[in-house]
Design a protein around this ligand. Structure first.
Ligand SMILES: Nc1ncnc2c1ncn2[C@@H]1O[C@H](COP(=O)(O)OP(=O)(O)OP(=O)(O)O)[C@@H](O)[C@H]1O
Length: 295
């Protein structure tokens, strides 16, 4: 895949501290690719910049964390303008999901690689707002919400692990009513994840077997309790990619989750609170550049 023009959107405040400008220049110097760059600011989001670039460049390359990546994907969704990901954040889950190298110089090489391909991936819509990775309620949401910036800057991804240990102990099961493609389930759970992507950002582990970002389906994964045995079974099932009775797993196009009281949840990087969450898949909505053999 050869591009003549690439526009970079760089978040200068994202997790990695490295001379990204000089890296881009070094890698693209002799490539024949004409490139430009815009920088996000606190009040000018990656989405604002991406929207203005639709139709004005052949490829938008985002350097930032999953927050920026989701913003750009949401802005470009359905526009036909493709995007590339240069992982600049802490976890970089979407890059891991797509097999994009974590190292900046290697990820930049993909932009000029003849074998690189565009992959058409699904997105989700949560109460009308597009998302790329997942919606988390319960333990998984608390884990992300409580891993603060300072800790992430100091120890990177380990911050999520440390906060996980704290939040798992305090988790209280909540009663939910789930409507999954029209079928109703009354369930008690300490964690519900509605996910588009399998990768969790921890090594190459997927949350459950069979999750695909291109299958036109969302995966609803429910953990009923936080007993040691259930947690071990859930972790074992992620490691070995097999099924377990500790975890309920549905695949669907549409799910509505109701609870009696407002629940905090996290949709990609955004924290919210609601009693009812309606989620549906938007199949084949954004083209993302992936390295050779990752399509
Ligand atoms: N110039 C800037 N100064 C400060 N914050 C910024 C700037 N540009 C963008 N942001 C903020 O950065 C956040 C998005 O960060 P992004 O997801 O790219 O990186 P990250 O936080 O390192 O990722 P991760 O979640 O993996 O740690 C948004 O909240 C956005 O408002």
């Amino acid at each position: 895949m050869k591009f003549k023009h690439i526009h970079f959107i760089v978040n200068p405040a994202s997790g990695k501290e490295e001379p990204v400008l000089s890296y881009i220049n070094k890698v693209l110097d002799d490539s024949g690719i004409n490139w430009e760059l815009s920088i996000t600011k606190k009040h000018i989001s990656a989405a604002d910049i991406a929207r203005k670039l639709i139709g004005k460049t052949e490829l938008i390359a985002v350097y930032g964390g999953d927050g920026c990546v989701t913003e750009v994907a949401s802005a470009l969704q359905g526009s036909g303008t493709p995007m590339a990901i240069i992982p600049g954040g802490t976890a970089n889950v979407m890059a891991k999901e797509l097999g994009i190298p974590q190292e900046t110089l290697l990820a930049l090489e993909v932009l000029k690689s003849n074998g690189a391909m565009l992959k058409l991936v699904d997105m989700g819509l949560m109460n009308g707002k597009p998302f790329l990775l997942r919606v988390n309620l319960g333990i998984m949401a608390d884990m992300v919400l409580q891993a603060d910036r300072e800790l992430k800057d100091e120890i990177g991804q380990l911050a999520y692990g440390i906060t996980a240990l704290k939040t798992i102990n305090n988790a209280e099961p909540v009663k939910y009513r789930l409507e999954i493609d029209g079928e109703v389930f009354e369930e008690q759970a300490v964690s519900i994840t509605v996910t588009n992507s399998g990768n969790m950002g921890i090594g190459d582990f997927a949350l459950q077997p069979g999750i695909s970002i291109t299958d036109g389906l969302l995966d609803v994964i429910l953990l009923r309790d936080n007993s040691f045995m259930s947690l071990m079974k859930a972790a074992g099932s992620a490691l070995l990619q097999n099924k377990t009775d500790a975890v309920q797993h549905w695949q669907c196009k549409k799910v509505a989750i109701d609870s009696l009281t407002e629940q905090k949840f996290i949709c990609d990087d955004f924290e919210q609170q609601a009693k009812r969450i309606e989620i549906e898949v938007i199949p084949a909505s954004i083209n993302i550049l992936v390295p050779p053999d990752k399509n």
